[in-house]
Design a protein around this ligand. Sequence first.
Ligand code: YYY
Ligand code: MG
Length: 148
Amino acid sequence: MEKTFLMVKPDGVQRNLVGEIINRFESKGFKLVGAKLMNISNDLAENHYGEHKERPFFGELVQFITSGPVFAMVWEGENVISIARDMMGKTNPLEAASGTVRGDFAMTVGKNIIHGSDSPESAEREINLFFNENDVLSYSKQDSAWIY
Ligand code: YYY
Ligand code: MG
């Protein structure tokens, strides 16, 4: 089964959207296999967003993501990486469809509520960056027979 890294950003935590976001992915049928509320250090932020180092918004992005607690998660399911990206909506919330997290809850690209890995390579990289191997659980759930 595929895994992805999702994170409620500081704006989502402050706006009480952690439960709403967990509910969406749970209700879809994905399995939560790791989760923690945490502060992101400057080093972790710069590493996580390393691909954007040369972009003009990099400094603000690092400042924003370290500005308060985030809720980091690992979710598992068939095609979870691309389905979760669809459920998040486009990076710019003004372009994100209704029914997506960003379309429903966000207004600006700098405060767009949620992060999600964009490929199998980034999912593996980001899960390892944020979670110890022991904190990503392997377990079965009763509902899987009703989902797959
Ligand atoms: O993967 P995703 O979060 O949808 O977008 P990325 O292109 O990877 O950018 C990461 C992050 O950077 C985005 O969620 C907001 C911020 N950002 C920005 O502040 N201004 C931009 N023009 C582009 C991205
Ligand atoms: Mg990205």
